[in-house]
Design a protein around this ligand. Structure first.
Ligand code: FNR
Length: 178
């Protein structure tokens, strides 16, 4: 079972990376996780469809080979962060080569604020569903007050949060396998 992991934050201190690390650590040992690096991707334009762009080839291959994709993303100004949207666009094109069609995808958002990045989470879902992805709807995670769940090392330390992230990880892998 191959899982491709997209962390929608380019920040070195990313709380979404901390949350993703915790979720991935709960997966059974046989699950292989590969991070899809998005910080070096040129902004997508269809003008590049006829060129070979090494960074695009790399991430498209990672999405293609994945049994399922896990996206863990922040919210920027009540919307999908540009870097998260860019990888969605890159893997949806060239026209006719949409890699999201039928792809199993789970979405998690986390924020220090009260709303847990729910706007970004729902926008990511809407975008992916519009291009045929099979998005996990339940459980859905929009993790509010996420910094309060982390210790000084950036690890998930809050028991309640750890509990539902573990449950999410199990459900996601079972669903991805089915
Ligand atoms: C934010 N942040 C934010 N948070 C939120 O819950 N809703 C929002 O609309 C926004 N808007 C926003 C815009 C921009 C440009 C930045 C940089 C930040 C705060 C954000 O949740 C916070 O910076 C988190 O730390 C982002 O997650 P990572 O990057 O730490 O994983």
């Amino acid at each position: 079972m191959n899982i491709s992991l997209i962390i929608g934050s380019l920040s070195k201190q990313s709380i979404n990376r901390s949350i993703a690390n915790y979720i991935v650590a709960q997966f059974p040992a046989e699950v292989k996780v590969q991070e899809v690096r998005i910080d070096d991707l040129p902004l997508y334009t269809q003008d590049r469809d006829k060129e070979s762009v090494a960074e695009y080839d790399r991430v498209r291959e990672q999405i293609k080979m994945a049994d399922a994709v896990l996206i863990v993303s922040p919210e920027h100004n009540r919307a999908i962060p540009a870097a998260t949207k860019n990888i969605i666009d890159i893997a949806s094109r060239p026209y006719g080569q949409n890699l999201w069609q039928g792809k199993k995808v789970a979405i998690v958002t986390a924020s220090p604020g009260a709303y847990g990045g729910i706007n970004a989470g729902l926008q990511i879902r809407q975008s992916l569903q519009s291009i045929g992805a099979n998005v996990l709807i339940s459980p859905e995670i929009f993790l509010s007050r996420a910094t309060q769940a982390l210790n000084e090392q950036g690890e998930v330390a809050d028991e309640r949060t750890a509990g539902f992230l573990s449950k999410f990880a199990q459900t996601f892998i079972q669903w991805a396998k089915a």
